[in-house]
Write a protein that binds this ligand. Structure first.
Ligand code: PEP
Ligand code: MG
Length: 581
């Protein structure tokens, strides 16, 4: 019970979904009280040896963390630790520390921390997000070195008490992995963005996370009781018992922790009341714990957003790095299909000051397949990696942001030429690999008959298709109400694609956020979508809903909705249907 504590709410950016109830632990990550000791002249040499030993131990520790991360969330996430390995091995910096120990005759932890503090001052002031992110990595390494000098390692930290929710100014990706291991229930940060490394890791670990809740680490106190809603970005601090209990009762049954829900996924694929199988799949951004659960339920991947690999690394992964990941994913999900989308970079998906983020109208700019075709070497290396991973026969290629048939022809030629090269190298691959395109630009939807003749499947990206059809920025908070993938104009475009696909007997998947929307699912099924690919956290409710509807009724609903003239009409028809089941 929270007697006498003020109840209030904080609002941040919802970054990883799920509802968590718990007790706060505010972590001041970089508070390191490093003692200062003056050394005798005779102690200097042994102090330098002590530093070298601590550096070696830190290297081992980071390598252990890297291995652990590799086992938990896959190779690419583990490579986050490469930055820390680079920092701890920086010989020029170590020379400075040793000179400092010699000249000032101070202990190693003091000299090391002091020089770290100096070195991060210009980085902290930098306008470059990447440089500021580096500060956290450098400070995380410094903490590890100091811990080693004090004779204990971070990795040995035990689990927090059950239901601990950690609040901090910000985290590094490595810290999130460490805290995950310590059984933290949810994360809240005062800073950060939903595209930071830590956000990517939190999402792939399926831990409810809210970032950029202003001054959260200063306002919330350790021991406060809080509710974190990773879907809305709302943090409720010290709720009175009745609110706490009511929310627990009302929401927990609807939104159990995503991972728990995934484990309890009903029979898959789900069937409607009149026994029609409905094919669902998962959207995945990075390897994560869902990879251990989804294959057990025969769930495949309808959209693998490979650009997150780039965003995580800050540069293009090599062919080998990509092959390692794609092969791991294809193997893990085999025999279910894995649809790998080639890099969809540009617009809001760019890294620090790279070439994708320097445009006046990035959403209308050099993005998706356009940039891929302009960088044939990089594109080829991705296609080679995907093809090499296709040897089991369950991999499909998906091309993003296609606007015109000429792009499909160019990409298909590049894929064909890549196959010739692989054959010469006697490399095994699926020579009948299916190649599909995203339909997320109105020109592609309007020309879907032309495109259907040339590709093996469509995947409708309702997020971008809505943005471009309604001229509504999908990321603009002010336009939240105007952005609606159920707008009659957008629904008409879905219909165009379905009709064109039928004409050429190719499947139509849909993989935008609408696929997991309970109101829209009956409409999408009734319209004839072949497969609905959604965030894994939405699968549970989607399966339950499907078991409560009749396929025939969904078809009638679709006919009815297609006649609607306004968004309001669409919404009321969908709502009415939902209430009737
Ligand atoms: C979409 O646009 O609907 C889609 C699935 O792609 P993304 O969200 O990655 O742009
Ligand atoms: Mg898109």
């Amino acid at each position: 019970m929270t007697i006498g504590k003020k109840t209030y709410t904080l609002k941040g950016i919802p970054t990883s979904p799920g509802l968590a109830f718990g007790t706060t632990r505010v972590v001041y990550s970089w508070e390191q009280s490093v003692g200062e000791r003056v050394l005798d002249r005779a102690q200097v040499a042994s102090e330098i040896i002590r530093l070298d030993e601590a550096i070696n131990e830190t290297l081992l520790e980071i390598n252990r963390l890297k291995k652990m991360a590799g086992e938990k969330v896959g190779g690419p996430a583990a490579r986050i630790f490469d930055t820390q390995l680079m920092i701890v091995s920086d010989q020029a910096f170590l020379k400075k520390v040793k000179d400092q120990i010699r000249s000032s005759r101070r202990n190693a932890e003091f000299a090391y921390s002091m020089l770290v503090e100096k070195s991060v001052i210009p980085l902290k002031k930098s306008k470059d997000v990447y440089m500021r992110q580096m500060v956290y990595e450098i400070e995380a390494v410094s903490k590890k070195v100091v811990n080693q000098l004090r004779g204990h390692s971070e990795i040995r930290d035990g689990a927090y008490p059950p239901d601990t929710i950690v609040v901090a100014q910000n985290f590094t990706a490595a810290e999130i992995l460490n805290l995950y291991d310590r059984k933290v229930r949810a994360f809240v940060t005062s800073e950060g963005s939903s595209t930071s490394h830590m956000a990517l890791v939190a999402r792939s670990l399926l831990i409810p996370t809210i970032v950029a809740a202003p001054n959260a680490h200063l306002r919330v106190k350790t021991g406060d009781r809080i509710i974190v809603d990773g879907d809305t970005g709302e943090v409720t601090v010290n709720p009175p018992d009745d609110v706490w209990n009511e929310l627990l009762k009302k929401k927990a049954s609807l939104k159990a922790l995503p991972l728990t829900k995934l484990k309890k996924l009903p029979d898959f694929p789900p069937r409607t009341k009149d026994n029609v199988k409905i094919y669902l799949a998962a959207n995945i951004n990075l390897p994560g714990p869902a990879d251990r659960i989804l294959p057990k339920h025969n769930v495949g991947i309808g959209l693998y957003r490979t650009e997150f690999l780039y965003l995580q690394k800050g540069s293009f992964p090599t062919e080998e790095e990509q092959f390692e990941l794609y092969d791991y994913v294809a193997g893990t999900y085999s025999p279910q299909s894995v649809v790998i989308r080639t890099f969809d970079l540009g617009s809001d998906k760019y890294y620090k000051n790279d070439r994708f983020g320097q445009e006046k109208n990035p959403a209308l700019g050099w993005r998706g397949i356009r940039s891929a075709l302009d960088m044939p070497k990089l594109f080829r290396s991705q296609i080679r990696a995907i093809l090499r991973a296709s040897h089991r026969g369950n991999v499909k290629i998906l091309l993003p942001m296609v606007t015109d048939i000429s792009e499909v022809r160019k990409a298909a030629n590049l894929i064909k030429r890549t196959m010739v090269g692989l054959r010469k190298e006697h490399c095994k691959f699926d020579s009948h690999i299916k190649i599909g395109i995203m339909i997320e630009v109105p020109s592609a939807a309007l020309n879907s008959d032309q495109l259907a003749e040339k590709v093996d499947f469509f995947s409708i990206g309702s997020n971008d298709l809505t943005q471009y059809t309604l001229a509504v920025d999908r990321d603009n908070r002010k336009l939240l109400k105007a952005f609606n993938p159920m707008h009659p104009a957008v629904i008409k475009l879905y219909k165009f694609c379905i009709d064109a696909a039928r004409q050429y007997s190719i499947p139509v998947n849909i993989c935008g956020e609408i696929s997991g929307d309970i109101l829209a699912i009956p409409l999408l099924i009734g319209m004839g979508m072949t497969l609905l690919s959604m965030n894994p956290t939405k699968l549970h409710n989607a399966c339950n809903l499907i078991s409560r509807i009749r396929y025939e009724d969904a078809r009638d609903l679709a006919d009815n909705v297609l006649r609607a003239k306004t968004l309001k009409e669409v919404e009321s028809k969908l709502l009415e249907f939902n209430m009737s089941i």
